[in-house]
Design a protein around this ligand. Structure first.
Ligand code: NAD
Length: 361
């Protein structure tokens, strides 16, 4: 066996897993393998300072277990910031079940995962995420109460995207009010990248309020649907960020704003649903210097989290919607503080979230 200090061993991914864990200030990391169901899962808890760690459970394949662990750590970190800035009484956590060909019985896998959640005694509350659905949450519910988004709750919503889209639309309204001094979206030109679940509902909301739309998706039928239903102008995915518009709304993948494309962006505002829109946080300041207002992604796309938090707390759908509407006020406050302090809105959002996460009583 090689020693711990062996040169090759020190280059292995596990060290980067722990450096990620520490640098992102995660508080616990749990790994479980259940031999009978073949379930292999990770639960990362970033913070429980504001309440139990809430975050979805992903079920997907990864190139390695370390990739799954790093995904869980990064996502848990993001959930803490999103909950804190949205004033929710929850911390941040995330679970990943690593999908392998040996996993054949889905019910057994989710029952086993539910037992894993139960063992943590309520420090972590699970929910749907990519690859999981209400049916899986129902299985988890048979072994633990620490699950939301299951069919026993006051309101069931199989798809949080329309609620996320409402939050993004409210965020766009706040940005337009602050940056363009306009109270209405009538005539405002929005370029949407990605007409999937959120992008489609966002286009619908904006169209109803009289906005002019340009749209793209890598799936031509998705773009065409929005062109037909909302009179949106289709463009190629390579050109969407170059469109001269009031708002560029990234609703597809991460890194919509990169070091490479930042100088080609021709919008006055960037406000969309995608997670991790900036390739690097440094770009928030570059956008500010270029006079482009950026609505921090984890603030504007919090509708889905606000909704699952309301479900867990047994609130009504209307209460969840009221909180989602409030994304408007949160963003307006961030924009105003950022302008006053001559910093980016992301800088203010991060400081506010960190103040709540690390210094509040
Ligand atoms: P989705 O998969 O339904 O939609 C994404 C769309 O983007 C798809 O139609 C896809 O074809 C398209 N796309 C992929 N690559 C593209 C590219 N290079 N150029 C143009 N289009 C491209 O996902 P979604 O649920 O609509 O989520 C969109 C984004 O919002 C994701 O980043 C997601 O993490 C984030 N988000 C979603 C929710 C939610 O409630 N669904 C909540 C918070 C954040």
């Amino acid at each position: 066996m090689k020693s711990f200090t062996d040169q090759n061993a020190s280059n292995l991914a596990p060290l980067s897993v722990f450096s990620q864990f520490l640098s992102l200030r995660c508080v616990d990391l749990h790994l479980k393998h259940d031999e009978s169901s073949n379930m292999l899962a990770i639960i990362a808890i970033h913070s429980t300072h504001l309440g139990p760690a809430l975050g979805g459970c992903r079920f997907r394949a990864y190139p390695s277990i370390e990739h799954g662990i790093i995904d869980a750590i990064r996502l848990a970190h993001g959930m803490s910031y999103k909950a804190a800035i949205s004033n929710l009484p929850f911390g941040g956590g995330k679970a990943v079940i690593i999908q392998t060909p040996q996993m054949t019985n889905r019910t057994e896998i989710f029952r086993s995962f539910g037992q894993f959640v139960q063992e943590l005694g309520g420090r972590y509350i699970t929910a749907e995420d990519s690859g999981t659905g209400v049916e899986d949450m129902d299985v988890i519910r048979t072994v633990t109460p620490f699950v939301t988004g299951n069919s026993s709750q006051k309101f069931i919503c199989k798809d949080p995207s329309p609620l996320t889209a409402i939050g993004v639309r409210r965020g766009i309204q706040a940005a337009v009010k602050h940056h363009l001094h306009r109270d209405t979206l009538a005539g405002i030109h929005v370029a949407i990248c990605g007409a999937g679940h959120v992008g489609y509902y966002l286009a619908k909301e904006l169209h109803q309020l009289g906005a002019r739309l340009t749209i793209t998706d890598i799936k031509p039928e998705t773009t065409e649907r929005c062109a037909d239903e909302f009179h949106a102008t289709p463009v190629s995915p390579q050109d969407i960020h170059k469109v001269e518009s009031d708002v560029y709304a990234p609703c597809a993948l991460s890194n919509a704003v990169s070091f490479e494309n930042i100088d080609e962006i021709n919008a006055k505002i960037i406000a969309g649903s995608a997670n991790n829109q900036l390739e690097s946080p440094l770009l928030a300041e570059r956008l500010m210097q270029k006079g482009i207002l950026y609505a921090p992604d984890y603030v504007i796309n919090a509708g889905g989290l606000i909704h699952v938090a309301a479900q867990y707390n047994n609130q009504t759908e209307n209460m969840a919607k009221e909180n989602i509407e409030n994304i408007y006020n949160t963003l307006l406050m961030l924009f105003e503080r950022a302008a006053k302090e001559n910093v980016s809105p992301l800088d203010v959002a991060n400081r506010l979230a960190e103040q709540r996460l690390y210094f509040s009583n």
